[in-house]
Design a protein around this ligand. Structure first.
Ligand SMILES: N[C@@H](CCC(=O)N[C@@H](CS)C(=O)NCC(=O)O)C(=O)O
Length: 311
């Protein structure tokens, strides 16, 4: 099996797509967390890995893949673990999976996620975040507002990555305008309602065709369409929007799907990673806000260690 190294951040939607794919395929991989809320993706060393300065990125067989779609396509093709998530396009299921990948890829996840951070009143039940993660998201929000200036300064400081930084400035300015515009966010949330109607009717059709009640989106086989649907539902749940999109009284099949998918080992592994992000942010917040505390803690641990040894 190829030596794989994944650069990612656990709460990043596109990183989750790759992580869940790796867990589904039971793959072995090395990993490095990139603290995107602290701007580590814009450090020169990481830009040497991927000039795009985004996560995820995958190093494999001397190459670097820098887009989650390319990464999952590569992984599914190259990792011969007996589990295939992207069926051949010549089959009916292959075409269906392809259709759903396009549908999910058209969603503007950044606008949906940060749309809720900017307009929390649009969340049904409130975001499910620890205080550290809330702070991380707030600092990401502020970072985005100040982002253009920081990136422009970086463009001057590191002329070899000037183009990349300036491209990011225009992308982020465009995104920020969308996230800050409540109407645009409401529109994106309304489009999700239409999508979930389509998901509910597809789940009903699949059940009817298969004659079973425990099928996935397109059949008994868990595919890349399910990877997308799972991380989308996890994201909406995290944003406090589960009651809007998949509460039993509204879309019972989607709700049932969400309960069942939570039993998959891969999904649990992915959720563990997500939880870890909260700890990473907490440690960072601690270091930033009370560096002396970390120093004192280090001294206390050392003293306790030497005392224990000398007994
Ligand atoms: N199309 C890319 C999108 C990657 C992307 O936008 N990643 C976000 C996190 S979900 C990121 O790295 N943001 C930090 C930044 O752009 O500086 C993919 O599918 O991999």
């Amino acid at each position: 099996m190829a030596d794989l190294k994944l650069y990612y951040f656990p709460t990043s939607f596109f990183s989750q797509k790759v992580l869940l794919t790796l867990f589904e395929k039971e793959a072995q991989f090395r990993e490095q967390v990139i603290m995107i809320h602290a701007g580590e993706q814009n450090e020169p060393w990481y830009l040497k890995v991927t000039p795009k300065g985004t996560v995820p990125a995958l190093e494999a067989q001397g190459k670097v893949f820098t887009d989650s779609e390319d990464i999952v396509t590569y992984l599914d093709k190259e990792l011969d673990t007996g589990i295939k998530l992207i069926p051949d396009l010549s089959s009916k299921i292959g075409q269906e999976v392809d259709k759903w990948r396009r549908i999910f890829n058209d969603l503007n996840i950044a606008v949906i996620t940060y749309g809720i951070v900017f307009h929390p009143e649009l969340s049904q039940t409130g975001m499910k975040v620890s205080s550290a993660m809330k702070k991380g998201l707030q600092s990401a929000k502020e970072g985005m507002r100040k982002g253009s200036k920081t990136l422009q300064e970086k463009a001057e400081k590191y002329p070899e990555f000037r183009e990349e930084f300036l491209a990011k400035v225009s992308l982020q300015t465009e995104r920020l305008a969308k996230m800050e515009n409540k109407e645009v966010v409401i529109q994106a949330l309304n489009e999700l309602d239409t999508l979930f109607d389509q998901i509910e009717s597809t789940l009903a059709e699949t059940r009817k065709e298969q004659g079973v009640t425990d099928s996935w989106l397109l059949g008994s086989r868990f595919t890349m369409a399910d990877i997308f649907l799972t991380i989308l539902m996890d994201r909406l749940n995290f944003l406090g929007l589960e009651e809007r999109y998949f509460v039993t009284s509204k879309r019972p099949l989607a709700n049932d799907y969400y309960q069942r998918v939570g039993n998959r080992k891969s999904v649990q592994q992915n959720r563990q990673k997500f939880k870890k992000a909260a700890n990473l942010m907490f440690v960072r917040m601690l270091k930033k806000t009370i560096p002396a505390f970390v120093g004192v803690l280090g001294v206390v641990i050392s003293v306790l260690y030497w005392r224990a040894r000398s007994k």
